[in-house]
Design a protein around this ligand. Structure first.
Ligand SMILES: Nc1nc2c(ncn2[C@@H]2O[C@H](COP(=O)(O)OP(=O)(O)OP(=O)(O)O)[C@@H](O)[C@H]2O)c(=O)[nH]1
Ligand SMILES: [Mg+2]
Length: 215
C-alpha cells in the first residue's frame, strides 16, 4: 500500500518535469521522438538510417538511454548525429528528470529533431512521459504475434508503431496483418509502419512521418 503511494508521487513529479521538458524543447524549436521496444527490435538501426536519410536537410540529435554501455551513442555519432549517452544507473526506463538533466549537458543548438532511444524494454518505458512530441513503439517480426496484446501499454500509448525486420519474414512465424490489426483495435489513431531498415522496404513512409513531425 505504502509502496503504491510512493510510486504515484514519483509519477506525478515525473509528469511535471515532462511538461517542463516539452516546453523547453518547444522553445528551442525541437521535436522529440521517444522510441520504445524490446531489446534488439531495431531502434538504433532505424535511427541510424533516418540520420543518414536526412543528412543535409535536418539536424538530428540523439539521447540514448543505456544501462551499461555507450555502444548505441557511438553508432549514432558514426551515422552523423550529435549524440548523448544517458547512463540510467541500472534503471530499466528513462524518466523526464533524466531527460531534463541530459538536456542541461547536451548542446542542442541547431538541432531540429531529437530522437530519444529508450532502454530496451517493452514494459516500464511505456508508463513514463519523458516530454516527447511523439512516441513510436517498435516490434520486430522475430518477436511473435502476441506482443501487442501482451504488452498493450506500449502500443496503446504510441503515436505510431513500426513493425520491423520485414526482410526476416520468410524465416518467422509472424502474421503482419494480424499484428497491425491488433494495433488498430487497441489504438485506432496510431500509424502503423511495416518496414525493413536493412532492405529499405517501407522506409519512405517512415521518413514522411519523421518529416511531418519535424515540421
Ligand atoms: N535483418 C534485419 N536485421 C535488423 C534490422 N534492423 C536491425 N537489425 C539487426 O537487429 C539487431 C539489433 O538491432 P539494434 O538496432 O541494435 O536494436 P535496438 O532495438 O537498438 O537494441 P537495444 O538498444 O539493445 O534495445 C542488429 O544486429 C541489427 O543489425 C532489419 O531491418 N533487418
Ligand atoms: Mg539500441
Amino acid at each position: 500500500m505504502v509502496k503504491i503511494k510512493v510510486m504515484k508521487a514519483i509519477s506525478e513529479r515525473n509528469d511535471e518535469v515532462a511538461h517542463e521538458v516539452r516546453k523547453y524543447l518547444a522553445e528551442n524549436g525541437i521535436k522529440a521522438v521517444n522510441l520504445i521496444s524490446s531489446p534488439g527490435s531495431g531502434k538504433t538501426t532505424l535511427i541510424e538510417k533516418t540520420i543518414e536519410h536526412f543528412r543535409g536537410s535536418l539536424t538530428v540529435g540523439v539521447i540514448v538511454g543505456d544501462l551499461f554501455t555507450a555502444l548505441d551513442a557511438e553508432r549514432m555519432e558514426r551515422a552523423g548525429a550529435r549524440a548523448f549517452q544517458l547512463d540510467t544507473g541500472g534503471s530499466c526506463h528513462l524518466t523526464a528528470p533524466m531527460i531534463k538533466s541530459a538536456l542541461a549537458d547536451f548542446d542542442i543548438s541547431g538541432i531540429d529533431l531529437l530522437f530519444i532511444e529508450n532502454v530496451g524494454n517493452l514494459i516500464c518505458p511505456a508508463s513514463w512521459d519523458i516530454g516527447e512530441s511523439a512516441r513510436v513503439t517498435l516490434v520486430s517480426v522475430t518477436e511473435g504475434n502476441d506482443k501487442v496484446v501482451k504488452y498493450r501499454t506500449a502500443f496503446y500509448s504510441a503515436d505510431a508503431v513500426a513493425i520491423t525486420k520485414l526482410d526476416l519474414l520468410p524465416s518467422c512465424d509472424f502474421d503482419v496483418e494480424k499484428v497491425a490489426g491488433d494495433v488498430k483495435a487497441l489504438n485506432p489513431s496510431a500509424q502503423v509502419f511495416k518496414l525493413s531498415a536493412k532492405t529499405g522496404e517501407g522506409m519512405q513512409e517512415w521518413y514522411s512521418f519523421v518529416q511531418r513531425i519535424a515540421g
